[in-house]
Design a protein around this ligand. Structure first.
Ligand code: LLP
Length: 437
């Protein structure tokens, strides 16, 4: 994948950098981001959607964001999907062009809405009626008009290899089409003075391989566009159809090419628009995982190895659920290799344990690897998405550093947390200091 290869020392190399040297230089655990692959993934979307169909691609920050990543996304011509004041602030500090920012979230605070309006973000994706009224009021106070997109639940739920219609009325996100809440919101929007309705949004899920589910959701959205037109005369300008394309983590995962995804979805949209004799709205897609995920690799140093005869060999590494909570949270599967033993044959089946005080902190169960020893470097693949962004300080483990590699160069883009960072926000109240116990 990407620029990964094995060098003359038998070491894993990413972006022309020897990962064993990266581990020595920057320490472990270490997030390594392959710049060329990240950019390539952006370009695949830009070509398939923007160049081919004039659609806008906005990268989902929630998968991985920081100042350097925002800078790359900007350079590749993509927009940005943010879901909190923090992600918005990061974009602003990276000088990301705010008209290319879309602000999502099911419970934006009044402060976040005000912040978004003051930054002049491109679109606010309104999730519910409470937010609609609140935003209208805040926009009024700021003497501005918020450009909004309403989030809908189209009643399409995607699964890895199938799609099913569900009673999506029962979701914390968006307004359901089928119970009339979506239509009611549209009508209310058209009455409000300080919001300008631009279109509609949906997101049917993540890590999806079944492209038909996108086509189906797109059709349901176009049906709604037609219903709204007939009921109110409002002509939808934009449709934001979410993210979700699945990536390869382990055997059985069969990612589809971005071009195929674009062609199938745009084909379905065009056919519906033609059927209704409506202009095709501007299309927006919000990929995250399929851009950042494959571009990330995490390096760990092997420590304690415990063989329980006849049962299992546990190989512990110096990170785990703190830097990658996905196996513990979702039983997510990952593949790994011994970065300093790439030319050695697999010798045994082991399980990779994290270092948190929690039995569930297992990164990988039952993986074939060369015989490992303490000090070896383990590389876990496809950790670019929802790893650093979901990392935590459980057990007061400092978060790892992140390096951007490319053309044989490695640059620190997130510095490693240290112990001082861990107590930075701690306060000992004066009365604890002075009290005699
Ligand atoms: N747009 C919206 C509105 C979303 O809710 C999401 C993801 C995306 C775009 C990006 O989807 P992607 O292309 O990355 O699939 N933490 C979970 C995944 C949560 C997905 C949340 N929404 C995980 O680690 O698998």
């Amino acid at each position: 994948l990407g620029t990964m290869k094995v060098n003359h020392k038998g070491h894993l190399e990413i972006g022309g950098c020897d990962t064993v040297e990266l581990a020595q230089r920057f320490g472990t655990p270490l997030y390594v981001i392959d710049e060329a692959l990240f950019r390539q993934n952006c370009r695949d979307y830009y070509r398939a959607f923007t160049e081919e169909y004039g659609a806008e691609v906005i990268y989902a920050s929630k998968t991985l964001t920081n100042l350097a990543v925002c800078t790359i996304v900007e350079q590749e011509g993509l927009g940005l999907d943010v879901v909190s004041g923090g992600e918005l602030y990061t974009a602003a500090m990276a000088r990301f062009p705010m008209h290319r920012v879309y602000f999502h979230g099911n419970n934006k605070s009044p402060e976040e809405l005000r912040q978004a309006l003051e930054y002049k973000v491109g679109r606010i994706v309104v999730d519910n009626l409470y937010e609609l009224e609140l935003l209208n009021q805040i926009a009024g106070e700021l003497a501005t008009r918020a450009k909004i997109i309403i989030r809908l639940s189209p009643g399409v739920e995607a699964h890895t290899h199938e799609y099913i219609k569900t009673g999506q009325i029962d979701s914390k996100f968006g307004l359901a089409i089928e119970n009339g809440m979506a239509m009611a919101a549209v009508k209310r929007c058209l009455e409000l003075n300080n919001v300008e309705l631009k279109g509609f949004h949906c997101h049917i899920g993540s890590q999806i391989f079944e492209l038909q589910s996108y086509a189906h959701a797109a059709e349901v959205m176009m049906d709604f566009v037609q219903d709204v037109y007939l009921a109110t005369g409002y002509l939808t300008e934009e449709l934001d159809l979410g993210g979700g394309l699945g990536i390869y983590y382990c055997q059985g995962d069969e990612p589809r090419p971005v071009k195929e995804y674009a062609d199938i979805m745009m084909g379905a949209l065009k056919a519906r628009a033609a059927r209704y004799n409506l202009p095709l709205p501007k299309i927006i897609v919000e990929p995250g995982r399929s851009i950042s995920g494959p571009a990330g690799t995490t390096l760990y140093t092997v420590g304690a190895i415990k063989d329980i005869p006849g049962i299992r060999k546990y190989v512990s590494v110096d990170g785990g659920m703190g830097d990658n909570p996905r196996p513990a949270l979702y039983q997510a599967k990952y593949e790994a290799c011994a970065a300093n033993r790439m030319t050695e044959a697999n010798a045994e089946k082991v399980s990779i344990a994290g270092k948190c005080c929690e039995s569930g902190d297992m990164l990988i169960w039952d993986i074939e690897l060369p015989a490992l020893q303490a000090g070896d470097i383990l590389a876990v693949a496809s950790t670019g998405a929802y790893n650093y962004s979901m990392s935590m300080n459980y057990n007061r483990l400092p978060r790892p550093a992140m390096v951007l590699v490319g053309g044989g160069k490695a640059d620190l883009i997130v510095r490693r947390e240290d112990y001082a960072d861990l107590i930075r926000n701690d306060v000992i109240p004066e009365r604890l200091r002075s009290s005699v116990v």
